[in-house]
Design a protein around this ligand. Sequence first.
Ligand code: FMN
Length: 319
Amino acid sequence: MTEREPTTFDNRVTRLLGVRIPIVQAPMGYIAGPELVAAVAETGAVGLVPGSLGLDRVRDDIRRTRDLTAAPFGVNLPIAFLQDAAIVDMIAEEGIRFVTTSAGSPGTFTARLKDAGLTVFHVVPSLAAARKAVDAGVDGLVVEGSEGAGFKSMQDVTSLVLLPLVASSVDVPVIAAGGIADGASMAAAFALGAEGVQMGTRMVAATESGVHHAMKQAVVDAAETDTFLANRHAGRPVRALRTTTTAPYEFEGSGNAMTLLADIAELYEHGNLEASLPQLGQVAGRIDEILPAAEIIRRTLAEFDTTLDRLAALRPTPD
Ligand SMILES: Cc1cc2nc3c(=O)[nH]c(=O)nc-3n(C[C@H](O)[C@H](O)[C@H](O)COP(=O)(O)O)c2cc1C
């Protein structure tokens, strides 16, 4: 079969975000630096600058990304971690047109972001949270299953259940996150009602990702069983790689794995996997190569297309 490569999608996500390809590079502090965000944006897909590192750093990252690409890109605002609400005006002044908001109530910033002319997608882990975000006036949702990396809800629901439930219950467009690493998983997400996908763990292992090679290699080496939800006992679970350092936080009823984040530079800059909390998703078990971001997008689109052909060929014939 000849490989066709669809390069332009026309759906609510691409129209709202002003991009050609509805594949979103997840916002990840230090990992999604200007080089990665620009490399993704250059392909026509969606690059997101992480907004967790403070106003000055975010402004700097926006400007450095702008130096690398003329393509549009967005910003993620993790609401609960925002040190300065002035970041909203700053990103609008810097010409950013869309944001994702996460880790906090959609009621906090949505009106202000909309007033500033921004398109807002809010990250949700449940149907109740999705309804609340829609009521708050968001333009779309990032629906994140609990197999994904990073901060999670206590009531963990995986993408296969969450995605079709939310997509069939709301009128706004949905971007699927959690477990997406290639064209087959993208096609599965679209079958379940998504109009876009977000990749976190897959992009950690991108050539342009701003972390030490050892962290990228950890993605390649991990099995699907090698991540777990740390800190459940503390009410704020986070999916991370099981290492000698992190393993005690799997079943222990005390302690706080978050304290390990103080040493994140040891992990990200020096590659010491035991020094901190390596946030990775279960899909690491399906990733076996470090690749340039453009190649990740290219292969995903090609496989998305062949998957649709494969499914069409599976259609049962009438009796
Ligand atoms: C190291 C790391 C840091 C992350 N930080 C953020 C963040 O600051 N804000 C956010 O909305 N999501 C964050 N995420 C979650 C991703 O945005 C994404 O939704 C998730 O990784 C998707 O699941 P996947 O890893 O299976 O692709 C992070 C993920 C990783 C791996």
